[in-house]
Design a protein around this ligand. Structure first.
Ligand code: RAM
Length: 925
């Protein structure tokens, strides 16, 4: 379908539409007097942090935005002042950047006196607009650094001297959780108190019986613990009293020494350790330090008898003493602790991104069955977190909580949890109502089943609330359209994001896996950036990847690495080049390239080691879970698809070289540029000659959609062969009755390749396909998240019999990238969207679409409607950016600008403002 629009600009909020070619650009500025503009706002530091306690950088990066109501459209200069004195910020005793002529408004490096641990810092910024008019100063932003190095710690790791082991509900023995406490006297009411805290394992900290951070869960999160453990900083000033105080914690093994895939028994037995440093300041200037040391008491006889990430928790009310963390409790029966010195080679550093938090609570939607003392609650949404229950129980009658993502003919379907028990037990001491929410486990579920409650009382929806947990990132996704099923898909994809952004990017949140699989991550990074504020999340995980990279450049399959599958895979390890580059394109932050450049180089060298004459023989998971695989060997499940493994490896080798080359260019590493360029061209040439004949037929093996997708998406075909490759791809799609035949690697490439080939209509066809394999197929079969397999479940045939069958995998959610880049048409021209394109792909399947994309400069908004032959498009261009609007066949049309006729071939370099464009669609094909 094509449109021939007559374009008419009918209105806009902020003055003019610069409807001209680049030549006319200079006449496009606004000849209006600009009064002192309002101050810049939305200040943030680091990778966008606005939570400013315990910051991790000694050299912070500063970002801000131009106020939306300001008359300024562009920034021409900025000035930053940094001080340790709020009242005297004008003196900027730490740093005054002076006036810097630049439109840069994010990720500006601090360049002043070195900052140190605990330091309290104030900063502000002002800007000059396009007419050199200076703004007011922004409000000051205060931030405080965490403990930046191991030297800042006087505390020791502590824990119970003995290890008690328990099993139920897991098949594995695990060290039981520990309870720790210490009393101390505060000489006065503090004016400031900070708790710096972490664990080898998981912790929940308390001051005087009060939970320090009730919504923070599973802290400190998951890093390569043998290299680095993150620490958290909390303000506990108000929790402390003059006189006697208690600081306490409960700790469990978590990812540190709990069951993670198949840790060896030996590692299960390693008990957790706790580290805390409470630093108190008094009005008279004196200070007090309470650190974890020999003076603490410990118990392994608390109510949480068992806790495992995969298997659940066991809680025994008989062992509960509600005052264990308060004053007045006698810890006489508790034991002394062992204390262990800090490890020289394990870095302690402040957490780089928001912890996992309870972000929402959901009410149960319905009770789906209630038979023989077993009741099943349906939350209507597959999700991740823990339940909070308030349930009537009978003394000494165990209450059991099970979880499921789906029901199968009314039955609880838990097969796909594999060996993860995901079951909680509560042993009540007395009859009556109990309240409970697990502390050290999490579940991926939609349904909760309770057994063992007081049968005399009729189950009630209020018994169970779902506490939704994920890394506390802001979800910005707001794509919507005239097609309800498409909107449902968009919603499901966001739930996939919410479910799997669990301190690290997980493949799935429910079975005995839940690992940071690199392949899944590289296909979802960009869409996730369009849907949520996840830059800090990704850049923190990249640090973990760097730490896990082998000396030979090898990138493990999942990060953090635990001993299970110990090799590298093409398409997976390439996360190390793809993610930094994609993040750079979305944010414009060069430091993400600088930080990861050595890793990128290491990985392309590893590719080289795994290649002969530029042709890869690296292992690969292939086009994982491609539908309709042709089974070649007996017993083969076809999980790796039919795209030639060596072709995949070589394509990724070339892609990683290309991205490393691009990074070297941005970073001005000219020596590397020359070398990488030669290697890249060589691999490209080999790719073509080794795998394809003159007519782009494969020399051997099966030609798949992904074969041509890889070549096209990664620019591996020469210009004069692109059209031919596109034809071959389209033919393969047509042969599949306009269905995709792609797995994890091919699927994310479909939309952009087809759009480039001028076949956005085919992208729409694929997205709107109702039959297997397609996205809507899952929705037709009741999906509320994205599935691991195109056919994980069908109403007709039930569950896919394969054990590997997650109903909450984000990988196929990669299509959401095209909701933003295709349907709305928003793509960066320059990194960070300071210059971007809006080229919406219209199609009869949609009469409207709208949404926004958050960029470092503010939100880009696009919405369009098509009614009959009338198109109405609205675009909001954020301050300090420029947009090109690309409409089909625009050059044939007379344009009307501000009521006046104007000629233009393109809508280019449009400045900040709101643009409303009407067009007539002459003919629709
Ligand atoms: C599965 C994971 C993941 C995938 C690997 C190859 O077990 O769930 O999604 O990347 O295998």
């Amino acid at each position: 379908m094509k449109y021939s629009p007559e374009v008419r600009v009918v209105g806009f909020r902020t003055l003019l539409l610069c409807l001209v070619s680049t030549l006319l650009l200079s006449s496009c500025s606004l000849f209006q007097s600009v009064s002192k503009g309002s101050a810049p706002n939305k200040l943030s530091i680091g990778t966008g942090q606005t939570h400013l306690l315990g910051h991790f950088e000694s050299k912070p990066r500063f970002s801000w935005k131009i106020d939306e109501d300001s008359t300024a459209k562009q920034q021409s200069a900025y000035q930053i002042q940094v001080s340790d004195n709020q009242k005297n910020i004008a003196q900027a005793n730490l740093w005054d950047s002076g006036k810097i002529n630049s439109n840069k408004n994010s990720w500006v490096d601090y360049n002043g006196r070195p900052l140190s641990s605990r330091q309290v810092v104030f900063w502000r910024v002002r800007i000059w607009d396009e007419h050199n008019q200076v703004s007011e100063w922004s409000k000051q932003q205060r931030f405080e650094l965490g403990l930046l190095s191991n030297q800042d710690w006087q505390a020791s790791w502590i824990g119970h001297p003995a290890t008690r082991l328990s099993k139920n509900p897991s098949q594995s023995l695990l060290a039981t959780p520990q309870y720790l406490r210490r009393t101390f006297i505060a000489t006065d009411k503090p004016i400031k108190a900070r708790l710096y805290v972490t664990a080898k394992g998981l912790f929940k900290a308390y001051v005087n019986g009060q939970e320090v951070a009730p919504n923070d869960v599973m802290t400190p999160g998951w890093t390569p613990y043998q290299k680095r453990i993150e620490t958290l900083t909390y303000d506990v000033t108000k929790m402390l009293a003059s006189g006697g105080n208690v600081i306490a914690a409960k700790v469990a093994s978590g990812w540190y020494s709990g069951r993670v895939y198949k840790f060896t028994e030996k590692e299960f037995l390693k008990p957790s350790r706790f580290l805390a440093q409470l630093e108190i300041e008094y009005a008279n200037g004196s200070k007090q330090l309470i650190a974890t040391d020999q003076d603490w008491k410990a118990s392994i006889s608390g109510p949480i008898e068992f806790a495992s990430i995969y298997d659940g928790e066991r809680y025994n009310q008989n062992l509960e003493d509600k005052s264990w963390h308060k004053q007045g409790f006698s810890a006489e029966n508790w034991d002394g602790v062992v204390s262990e010195a800090l490890d020289h080679n394990i870095e302690l550093s402040p957490k780089q991104h928001a912890p996992i938090r309870i972000v929402e609570s959901l009410q149960a939607a319905q009770i789906v069955s209630n038979q023989n003392g077993t009741v099943i609650f349906d939350f209507g949404q597959n999700m991740v977190g823990v339940p909070k229950i308030r349930v009537p129980v009978v003394a000494n009658q165990q209450l059991r909580m099970r979880f499921a993502e789906a029901l199968h003919k009314g039955e609880f379907y838990t097969d796909n949890y594999r060996s993860a028990e995901s079951t909680n037990y509560y042993h009540p001491k007395q009859s009556g109502y109990i309240e409970y929410q697990p502390s050290f486990t999490y579940h991926g579920y939609r349904y909760v089943e309770l057994t063992g409650y007081d049968k005399k009382i009729k189950p009630d929806l209020s018994w169970v609330t779902a506490l939704v947990q994920h890394s506390d990132v802001e979800i910005t996704a707001n794509f919507t359209s005239s097609a309800p099923k498409l909107n449902k898909l968009a919603e499901n994809i966001v739930w996939g994001l919410r479910s799997n952004f669990y301190d690290i990017p997980l493949d799935c949140p429910q079975r005995d896996e839940r690992l940071g699989w690199t392949g899944d991550a590289q296909v979802f990074v960009t869409p996730s950036m369009y849907m949520a504020d996840v830059y800090g999340f990704w850049s923190a995980w990249l640090k973990s990847i760097r730490e896990e990279q082998g000396e030979d450049g090898k990138i493990p399959l999942y990060i953090p690495f635990v001993e299970w599958i110990n090799f590298a895979s093409s398409g997976w390890g390439d996360a190390s080049t793809i993610i930094p580059w994609e993040l750079y394109m979305v944010t414009g932050d060069q430091s993400i390239l600088a930080d990861n450049y050595q890793m990128m180089k290491g990985w392309v060298n590893y590719h080289q080691k795994k290649s002969k004459n530029n042709i890869s023989n690296m292992m690969t998971f292939g086009d994982w879970l491609q539908p309709y695989p042709v089974l070649i060997k007996e017993g083969d499940k076809g999980n790796r698809g039919n795209t030639d493994f060596s072709l995949i490896g070589t394509a990724y080798y070339a892609r990683s070289l290309e991205l490393t080359l691009k990074a070297a260019k941005v970073l001005n590493y000219s020596h590397d540029v020359a070398q990488l360029m030669t290697r890249y061209n060589d691999v490209k040439k080999s790719f073509l000659s080794h795998f394809f004949d003159q007519n782009l037929n494969l020399k051997q093996g099966i030609a798949t959609q992904t074969t041509y997708l890889l070549g096209l998406a990664y620019n591996l075909f020469p210009d004069d062969k692109i059209a031919l490759a596109e034809d071959k791809l389209v033919k393969l799609i047509e042969e599949a009755d306009d269905h995709l035949r792609t797995g994890f690697l091919g699927t994310p490439l479909l939309a952009s390749v087809l759009q480039k080939a001028g076949r956005s209509d085919l992208v729409y066809d694929l997205i709107f396909k109702e039959t297997y394999p397609s996205w809507f197929y899952s929705i037709n079969n009741g999906a509320t998240t994205t599935w691991e397999r195109w056919n994980s479940y069908s109403i007709e045939d039930g569950f896919n019999p394969e054990g590997m069958n997650s109903l909450n995998h984000y990988a196929y959610g990669s299509i959401s990238r095209w909701f933003y880049e295709g349907m709305l048409g928003i793509k960066p021209i320059t990194p960070g969207f300071s210059h971007f394109e809006v080229a919406p792909q219209f199609n009869l399947k949609l009469s409207s679409a709208s949404g926004s994309l958050a960029t470092p400069n503010g939100e880009i908004n696009v919405s369009w409607k098509v009614a009959g032959k009338k198109l109405e498009l609205k675009v909001v261009v954020p301050k300090n950016t420029r947009a090109n609007i690309v409409l089909p066949e625009l050059k044939n049309n007379v344009l009307i600008l501000n009521g006046e006729k104007g000629m233009g071939t393109e809508l280019v370099n449009l400045k900040a403002g709101e643009y409303v464009i009407s067009a007539t669609l002459f003919h629709i094909e």
